[in-house]
Design a protein around this ligand. Structure first.
Ligand code: NI
Length: 252
C-alpha cells in the first residue's frame, strides 16, 4: 500500500470528479494521503476532505505564493486549524524565488512566523523551496527545533546532505521518472533510506508515462517503481519503506 505524502485534492481541477476519484484509492493500493494547504481557504478545504475520507490527513499552511495575503489574523486561524485531530503538519510553507508571486521579504517573514508556529504547535512542516535554497537554509538555522520534509526535492547532493544532517526528510515526486532527473537519482541512492518519502503533488507533476496529464494518487505507483529501481529493491519494499517513513514523520 502506498502513502501519497503531498496532494492537492482541494484544487479546482478535481471539482468534476473528486469524490469518484478518491473513492477508488483504497482498492488501487493508495491507503494514506496528506492533502497540503496552500492558503487559509485551501487548508480549510483540506480539513473538510479529512472528515469525509478516513485515509486523508491534512496540512494547514500558507504557500509562499500567497504569503502576501497573510495578516496576523491568518496565523491565529492557522493555529486553530492545526488543533483538528487530522491536521498532521503545517504546510506547505517556504520560499519561491522562481515565480516571486509575493515579495521576497514578505515570503521570509511569513515563513519565519509559520516555522515558529510549527514548533509551538508541535507539528512537522512541509517545505516548498524553489530557487531559494540559501535563504531557506539560513532561516532554518534560526529555528533548530523545526522538523519536517522538503517536498518535491530536486536539489543537489550537497544541499541534501546539509538537510539530512539536521534530520529533515526529503520527498520525491513524479519528476524522478523524467529523463533529466539525474541529480535526484544521485540524492536517492546516497541518502539514508529511512528519510525518503514519495508524493504526487497532484494535480501537478504527473510521472512518466502520464506526464502532461492531470495527476492523481493513482499514478504514485510509477514513482514508487522508479524508487525501487534506483534502490535495487522490490516495489513492495519501496512501498513499505515510504509508508513507514511517512507514518513516522506525521505521527500516524
Ligand atoms: Ni504542493
Amino acid at each position: 500500500m502506498l502513502f501519497d505524502t503531498h496532494a492537492h485534492y482541494d484544487d479546482e481541477q478535481f471539482d468534476q470528479d473528486r469524490d469518484a476519484l478518491l473513492a477508488q484509492m483504497p482498492e488501487n493500493g493508495v491507503s494514506l494521503i496528506v492533502n497540503a494547504g496552500s492558503n487559509l481557504e485551501s487548508s480549510k478545504r483540506s480539513l473538510t476532505l479529512t472528515d469525509a475520507y478516513p485515509f486523508i490527513y491534512a496540512a494547514a499552511g500558507v504557500h509562499p505564493h500567497d504569503a502576501k495575503d497573510m495578516d496576523d489574523k491568518t496565523l491565529s486561524e492557522l493555529e486553530q486549524l492545526l488543533r483538528h485531530p487530522k491536521a498532521v503538519a503545517l504546510g506547505e510553507i517556504g520560499l519561491d524565488y522562481h515565480y516571486d508571486h509575493s515579495p521576497r521579504e514578505v515570503q521570509k517573514q511569513r515563513f519565519r512566523e509559520q516555522l515558529a508556529l510549527s514548533i509551538s504547535a508541535g507539528k512537522p512542516v512541509i517545505i516548498h523551496e524553489r530557487e531559494a535554497a540559501a535563504d531557506t537554509l539560513e532561516i532554518l538555522r534560526e529555528y533548530p527545533a523545526a522538523r519536517g520534509v522538503f517536498h518535491c526535492f530536486s536539489g543537489s547532493w550537497e544541499t541534501a546532505k546539509l538537510l539530512l544532517d539536521k534530520g529533515w526528510y526529503l520527498s520525491f515526486a513524479g519528476v524522478i521518472t523524467y529523463k533529466n532527473a539525474r541529480k535526484s537519482h544521485e540524492v536517492i541512492t546516497r541518502m539514508p533510506r529511512e528519510r525518503i518519502l514519495i508524493e504526487t503533488d497532484c494535480p501537478y507533476l504527473a510521472p512518466v508515462p502520464m506526464r502532461g496529464r492531470r495527476n492523481s494518487s493513482l499514478n504514485l505507483r510509477y514513482t514508487a517503481d522508479k524508487l525501487a529501481e534506483l534502490l535495487g529493491i522490490t516495489f513492495r519494499e519501496a512501498a513499505a519503506l515510504t509508508m513507514e517513513n511517512g507514518k513516522r514523520l506525521f505521527g500516524l
